[in-house]
Write a protein that binds this ligand. Structure first.
Ligand code: PLP
Length: 387
């Protein structure tokens, strides 16, 4: 139940990519037979991914994943447009791959406006319009949030930016392969994606770059990817990404319906069985398999570990870094208090999730919460149970 972290590779993806690990190991940059075979496979994958996004193949650049794509989009635009200005706009709920890239630039003289979101996690397109300046060179707003699942009004923001001629990047790592993502409908100029989030292999992704958009390379070296992204192609990974894209194009519609049904069963079941539980994120504009909750009086990591003991894998909104439990920046941005944020759990269902798995969570989690609340002196006192 943690498909937002990663997904199992689809057997059909594996079947297609496996021969490129050993048998067809040629370097696509070479001109003899095996090289040409590898190069053809890379170009086939480029076409498959372009079809999924409604893009042209020459607008797809293969990368090592979502993190590299985000870094490249932000630093690449910042450096290519430096003479026009040094102002960027992003939001409080972005993935750290975006936030830290912006922070990196900030330390080197760029200015970054970080927009707030409302209680459901939505960015107001009018806030974007108001934040624009003559020296704004990039706006980066994620398509859907990886923690709370809220889907942002990207097309509307894109319309505003198109009128003003400001490049627009979206991190679509959580949406590509799960819901329709069409670059022309979204009005974006750059879009990041990652194969392992939609049943493809890890360590491979892509950046969509609209034709004509100026972008400095992040990796310098050989002339791969039309001179814009050096390094020998990860041929098996790219083949896997292409196969995953083609499968998603054919199957994600039916998967989305089933995921929404399962997520609804899970949330309704939790709401009925656990008092003091709230759903985070927008009630409707959200990713199909995402159920993110805060449970009063129970600590997220404790729930996570107890669920793990019961064979259930989930995420919690507090990451134990350097010994202190940091509450999620996303939950804080939607107005959840640090205390409540510590009781958060994220369930993200996937295409092989079943009703039985949902029922198993509904059977074990209420007991886990009850036990943790009993051990929590602050909660017991507040509930008048005396300690
Ligand atoms: N952006 C978002 C929204 C994500 O959820 C993730 C992965 O968790 C990334 C970027 C990073 O992707 P990758 O794991 O491919 O580097």
């Amino acid at each position: 139940m943690d498909h937002a972290a990663t997904t199992p590779m689809d057997e059909r993806v594996w079947q297609v990519m496996a021969p490129y690990l050993r048998e067809h190991y040629g370097n696509p940059a070479t001109m003899y037979g095996p090289g040409r075979k590898a190069s053809e496979a890379v170009e086939r994958a480029r076409g498959q991914l372009a079809d999924l996004l409604g893009a042209r193949p020459e607008e797809i650049y293969f990368t090592s994943g979502g993190t590299e794509s985000d870094n490249w989009a932000i630093k690449g635009i910042a450096h290519a447009w430096e003479k026009k200005g040094r102002h960027l706009i992003t939001t409080k709920i972005e993935h750290h791959a975006v936030l830290e890239s912006c922070h990196f630039l900030e330390k080197r003289g760029w200015e970054v406006t970080v927009l707030p979101v409302d209680g459901d996690g939505l960015v107001d397109p009018e806030d974007v319009r108001r934040a624009l300046r003559d020296d704004t060179v990039l706006v980066s707003v994620m398509h859907a949030n990886n923690e709370i699942g809220t889907v942002e009004p990207i097309a509307e923001i894109g319309r505003i930016l198109r009128e003003r001629g400001v490049p627009f990047h979206t991190d679509a790592v959580q949406t590509v392969g799960k819901v329709p993502v069409a670059v022309d409908q979204l009005n974006v100029d750059l879009l990041s994606l990652s194969a392992h989030k939609f049943y493809g292999p890890k360590g491979v992704g892509a950046l969509y770059v609209r034709r004509g958009v100026r972008l400095e390379p992040l990796l310098h070296g050989g002339g791969q990817e039309r001179g814009r992204r050096a390094s020998t192609h990860n041929v098996p990974g790219i083949v896997g990404l292409g196969a995953a894209a083609e499968l998603a194009a054919g199957e994600m519609g039916a998967e989305e319906v089933e995921l929404r049904r399962l997520a609804w069963l899970l949330w309704e079941g939790l709401r009925e069985r656990i008092e003091g539980i709230r759903l985070n994120g927008h009630p409707e504009k959200r990713l199909p398999g995402n159920v993110n909750v805060c449970v009063q009086g129970a600590e997220g990591e404790a729930m996570l570990l107890c669920l793990d003991n019961n064979g259930v894998c989930v995420s919690s909104g507090s990451a134990c870094t350097t010994g202190s439990l940091e509450p999620s920046h996303v939950l804080l941005a939607i107005g959840v208090s640090a205390e409540v944020a510590h009781g958060s759990l994220r369930f993200t269902l996937g295409k092989e999730s079943t009703v039985e798995q949902v029922e198993h969570v509904l059977a074990v989690l209420p007991g886990i919460v009850a036990r943790l609340r009993e051990m929590n002196p602050l909660y017991a006192r507040r509930e008048g149970k005396g300690v």
